[in-house]
Structures are given as structure tokens and as C-alpha cells.
Design a protein around this ligand. Structure first.
Ligand code: AMP
Length: 219
């Protein structure tokens, strides 16, 4: 199964991506996670990307596209993958499309998580992230067993730097500006499906599974 999960920051696509990957046993490729890892490791690409990320702006297309294509070439992505947070612009969508067409592995579908802006801002301010293993929590709807500590690796949980309210608002604006063209691109190919992203993670996952199964995607 080859799917793209799209949606504004805080729509729950990261959590849903993890669930889909577990259920179908395929890798998750999250550009946000890859970029944050590069920033943490002090890599050159990371340092360039950070300038954009701290402002809530998008990292240039050529940087992100190259990172994704590298991941798609890895062996474990041959059985399928979930792209989380990519593509975010039309050039990214086109670049992905041409790589996958050439590889004879076109996308099966694109899921868009629809959530209203107030809910997004509320969710993001309650979000906590494990800096070590990237597990995501929400202090209201999905808290860790022990306050402030990751259930998986016991690291201390953090608020993401770009989850501060003024940066969140900018990220939402950027998303609105960029995503219309990506949606149109996938709509015209008949790949675009909208999921109601409101409610708890399990409830949303039931909707996701229904769409993926209706799309006759089993492998
Ligand atoms: P995310 O974790 O998906 O919310 O991404 C965090 C930040 O990483 C974004 O605000 C962007 O600065 C950058 N980023 C992640 N994915 C992309 C992408 N596909 N294109 C450009 N920038 C991205």
C-alpha cells in the first residue's frame, strides 16, 4: 500500500500514520521527523532547514524532495509506505509523482484529515513529543502513563519549538496557501479522499481503515 497523509498541523496525521504503518507493516516517512533529526544531529541540511522551521515556513522543495526520494529507494519502502507531511507543495507532488511513475510504483491514495482551525490550535498546544523516539502525546486526549515521560523510551517529553502559538498560526497560514494546489493535483487523478479528523485517535482510525479497505488496498 502506498499512501500519502495530508492535513494541517495538528490534524492527527502523525498518529494515524503510525497506526496505518503498524496495521499494514510498512514504513512511515515523515519529512518533519527526518528534518528534526537532521537538525538534532547538526547536519548541514539540518542547519539550512532549521532557518525555515523555526519560522513555521516550508523548507525548500529540492531539499525535502531529495530526502524523501532517498527514503523511497530503501528496501523496506518497496512493499509500501505512508508519507506523512509530504508533499506539501505542487512541485513536491510533481516530483514524487514522476519518481513513483518511473519506479512503476504509483500512489494508491491520498487521505486528507479535515479538522477545524480552533481544534488544531488547541491540540497543538497540548502536544508533547519525545525527542528520542518521536512518539507523540497529547496531555488532554492521549497523556503518557507518567507525567512528562515517554512510555516507550522513558525520555523527558518536550513541547516542540514550532508548537508555540504564534508559530502555529503561521504554519496554518502556510498550509492554507500551499495545499490547495496539491489537493487539486490529486483530485484530478481521482486519488484524493477526505477523512473527518475530529474526535479521538481510535475513532478516526476506524474511518481511515474503512477508506483504505474500500479503496481495495490490502497488500
Ligand atoms: P511537521 O512535523 O510535518 O509539522 O513539519 C515541521 C516543519 O518541517 C514544517 O513546519 C516545515 O518547516 C518542515 N517541513 C516538514 N515537511 C515539509 C515539506 N514536505 N515541505 C517543506 N517543509 C516541510
Amino acid at each position: 500500500m502506498r499512501v500519502v497523509l495530508l492535513g494541517p498541523p495538528g490534524c492527527g496525521k502523525g498518529t494515524q500514520a503510525q497506526k496505518v504503518c503498524q496495521e499494514w507493516d510498512i514504513p512511515r516517512i515523515s519529512t518533519g521527523d527526518i528534518l528534526r533529526e537532521m537538525v538534532r544531529d547538526g547536519r548541514d541540511v539540518g542547519l539550512r532547514a532549521k532557518e525555515y522551521m523555526v519560522r513555521g515556513a516550508l523548507v525548500p522543495d529540492e531539499i525535502v524532495l531529495e530526502l524523501v526520494i532517498e527514503k523511497l529507494k530503501e528496501g523496506n519502502a518497496r512493499q509500501g509506505f505512508v508519507l506523512d507531511g509530504f508533499p506539501r507543495t505542487l512541485p513536491q507532488a510533481r516530483g514524487l509523482d514522476s519518481f513513483l511513475q518511473n519506479a512503476g510504483r504509483p500512489l494508491d491514495l491520498v487521505l486528507y484529515f479535515d479538522v477545524d482551525p480552533e481544534t488544531l490550535v488547541r491540540r497543538l498546544s497540548a502536544r508533547r513529543i519525545c525527542p528520542q523516539c518521536e512518539t507523540v502525546y497529547n496531555v488532554i486526549t492521549n497523556p503518557p502513563e507518567e507525567e512528562g515521560r515517554c512510555d516507550v523510551c522513558r525520555s523527558e517529553l518536550l513541547v516542540r519549538e514550532d508548537d508555540r502559538e504564534e508559530v502555529v498560526r503561521r504554519r496554518l497560514e502556510v498550509f492554507e496557501e500551499e495545499t490547495g494546489s496539491v489537493r487539486d493535483f490529486y483530485l484530478s487523478r481521482g486519488l484524493f479522499f477526505t477523512v473527518d479528523g475530529r474526535g479521538g485517535a481510535l475513532e478516526v482510525f476506524e474511518r481511515v481503515k474503512e477508506i483504505l479497505r474500500k479503496g481495495h488496498i490490502n497488500g
